[in-house]
Design a protein around this ligand. Structure first.
Ligand SMILES: Nc1ncnc2c1ncn2[C@@H]1O[C@H](COP(=O)(O)OP(=O)(O)OP(=O)(O)O)[C@@H](O)[C@H]1O
Length: 282
């Protein structure tokens, strides 16, 4: 079997089948089926209110839909959000939950708490096992800092850093938890064009380096066209397209539903290399 054929046959790590969600009379998700494989970045697009965040809330166990949601062969339906997070489903939020007075490295270390094995007493007594564990956490954090070109800012309080850098730190927070799949809810919201390109560069690089399946809600079609492997389109809770970016963004139904009459141009869609020297460490 050739590479592309093998890939299309590959099982999904995370798969939704006929997922349906209602709030009173409102049909929020109407038999939605989609899946994401390891090493794949699947963009979830659609107009406001289409149901994108609701899909994340169903996967995370916050909403209780009908249908099937399977993660690495295990059903997530009926599981508590904490149990789902512990299974390795990571999530970034539109507003990164950073602690402004802590420095960048400390913010990432906090996100390792799910991996803590040493008891509080062992940590206080600084037993060798606790010290070894601390060193392991620090090593993971340092790898992520390096990967996101944040090492030179690691000692700086997060609150004083530009918004675009804070977004990259928020992405790093999700990565240090070593998720098995990552859900990203519009990480580019509020960023300038230059900051979006830098974030896109890091998302793309992290996907290639770590091979984690990523499901990504995004409104910026240039970012999507530049780095998504596949796009799934929702409209009023219904799936209206799924496929490679050039195919999906050319689909007349998608153009009509999502983009109005504006023809999407993919020309110029690009990602920029990080600019480490943008922020001067103090
Ligand atoms: N907890 C809730 N109770 C009632 N209605 C809800 C709830 N959560 C979502 N909805 C409704 O479901 C629909 C889909 O909302 P959702 O936030 O999933 O859309 P979205 O595609 O993420 O939109 P946006 O791009 O604006 O974030 C909307 O009509 C919303 O008002």
């Amino acid at each position: 079997m050739r590479g592309a054929d093998a890939r299309s046959e590959q099982m999904y790590d995370l798969e939704l089948k006929d997922v349906e969600l209602h709030f009173g009379g409102l049909v929020v998700l109407n038999r939605v089926s989609l899946g994401v494989r390891s090493g794949e970045l699947l963009a979830l697009i659609g107009p406001n209110g289409a149901g994108k965040t609701s899909i994340f809330n169903c996967i995370s166990g916050i909403y209780r839909p009908s249908g099937q949601i399977d993660f690495l062969g295990t059903s997530l339906i009926g599981k508590k959000p904490s149990a789902i997070a512990e299974m390795g489903i990571g999530r970034t939020f539109q507003h990164a939950e950073l602690i402004p007075r802590m420095n960048v490295r400390e913010n990432l270390l906090v996100a390792r708490h799910n991996h803590l094995k040493a008891t509080l007493a062992e940590q206080w007594l600084r037993l060798p096992s606790a010290r070894r564990e601390e060193a392991e956490h620090l090593a993971v954090v340092n790898v992520v800092l390096e990967m996101l070109s944040l090492t030179h800012l690691a000692h700086l309080p997060v609150g004083g850093l530009p918004f675009g850098i804070q977004k990259i730190i928020g992405f790093g927070r999700a990565l240090v938890a070593e998720p098995k799949v990552l859900l990203m809810d519009e990480p580019s919201a509020g960023l300038t064009q230059e900051e979006r390109e830098e974030l896109a560069y890091h998302i793309d690089a992290a996907k290639k380096q770590l091979g984690i399946p990523m499901l990504w809600i995004e409104h910026d079609m240039e970012m999507v066209a530049a780095i998504a492997d596949r796009i799934h389109v929702l409209d009023y809770g219904r799936s209206i397209g799924d496929g490679p970016p050039d195919e999906v963004l050319d689909n007349p139904e998608v153009v009509r539903a999502y983009l109005g009459t504006t023809q999407l141009t993919l020309a110029g869609a690009d990602v920029a290399a990080p600019q480490e020297e943008r922020v001067t460490p103090v």
